[in-house]
Design a protein around this ligand. Structure first.
Ligand code: UDP
Length: 351
């Protein structure tokens, strides 16, 4: 049985169809994994297409390729060969190492500087990260930036994984296939219902052998130890009367003078080449990042020392819940990718 707070299933994977285009209503989701078992599992539910994420970054009207690769190095420094690029990065890294006195990077800023040097940090990372997280780069954990590859080849594929794509027909196909034959109740808030003895869901905690809880960790315990911080995003979604608005699914805006973090043009997740023009309109979403307040949707855990310690304290309580497994970004307070969750579930011993 699935109990879902929202009026629809699928959590943040949910897509809404507008003008024949699947809109990633809660932000872009690109499935990528190197685990063949995970890839085969999701593809057995719905075949995935060949979408490859190659985001661009717009900084003061100039476009750069991401992740950091030979194209980016050429665009920023004009270097033509990997040796030249490596030399340039190493020069900048050496300065940083000197400043750090060869100690390990202690925050996102230091980690980014060690990874790509100051020029790329200033152009593509600093202000984007501050917009995205609402905090200075020196106040954020180094781990966030370790997600991004640095390559000395001309390769704009954002991910290093073996397999990548988006379900053909959109993510709702995956959700519906996964939940086929399952009793699903939408518009029911488990946290509220478990308090009301008159509710048919009141007995859930006691009567079900196992519950998998995927809501926010602190909410489950009614914030008894304090509130975890989250980042949330909001979307300004517009239908535009042109078949091809930005020529790419994802364009990041990496400077402070643009208030949103990125523009998603949804059709590019599923329509490639000339097929883009088969659909006369397009739908874009400008993505704004803000601090979470009550009543908003939590999206990103903010895994700094304070929050991690609080989450660990909640996890001690969670371990004592006899029949409840806590899983996912919200319930584990971890910046998970989708494949890692599928992998975890495939390996879990539910009994
Ligand atoms: N990032 C950045 N500039 C970019 C893209 C990403 O500085 O143009 C940094 C930023 O701190 C971000 C992190 O890299 O939070 C991880 O980016 P990713 O694209 O993996 O984030 P997601 O797609 O999960 O929001």
């Amino acid at each position: 049985m699935v109990i879902e707070k929202r009026q629809h299933l699928g959590g943040n994977l949910f897509c809404e169809n507008i003008e024949g285009i699947n809109i990633h209503k809660y932000g872009p989701h690109i499935f990528h994994t190197s685990n063949k078992r995970v890839w085969d599992f999701v593809n057995a539910i719905v075949p995935f297409n060949r979408y490859t994420n190659t985001p661009l970054a717009n900084h003061h009207g100039k476009l750069y390729n991401l992740p950091f690769n030979m194209n980016t190095f050429y665009q920023i420094w004009g270097v033509l060969t990997p040796v030249e690029a490596f030399r340039k990065i190493e020069e900048q890294r050496a300065e940083v190492r000197k400043k750090l006195n060869n100690r390990e990077p202690a925050n996102l800023e230091e980690q980014a500087l060690i990874l790509v040097g100051n020029d790329l940090f200033q152009t593509l990372i600093k202000e984007y990260t501050e917009k995205q997280w609402g905090r200075k780069c020196t106040e954020l954990p180094a781990d966030i930036i370790k997600r991004l590859p640095v390559r000395f080849v001309f390769d704009n594929n954002y991910f290093n994984d073996t397999f990548q794509g988006v379900p053909i027909g959109g993510y709702n196909q995956l959700i519906n296939g996964l939940l086929e034959g399952t009793d699903c109740f939408t518009g029911i808030d488990f946290i509220e219902e478990r308090k009301k003895s008159a509710s048919p869901f009141y007995i859930l905690n006691a009567h079900f052998e196992k519950i998998i809880y995927t809501g926010a960790l602190d909410e489950y315990f009614e914030y008894s130890l304090g509130r975890l911080d989250w980042r949330t995003v909001s979307f300004d979604t517009q239908v535009i009367d042109t078949p091809n608005y930005q020529g790419n699914a994802v364009v990041n805006y990496t400077s402070h003078d643009v208030p949103f973090t990125r523009i998603i043009e949804h059709k590019h997740f599923e329509m490639f080449g000339d097929n883009v023009y088969a659909c006369p309109k397009t739908v874009i979403s400008k993505e704004y990042s803000t601090e979470f307040r009550e009543g908003m949707e939590p999206y990103y855990p903010i895994n700094n020392n304070y929050n991690n310690a609080l989450a660990d304290a909640y996890k001690v309580l969670a371990d004592k819940e006899r029949n409840v497994l806590f899983g996912g970004r919200l319930a584990e307070y971890k910046y998970y990718d989708m494949d890692k969750i599928v992998e975890k579930v495939l390996n879990i011993d539910i009994c």
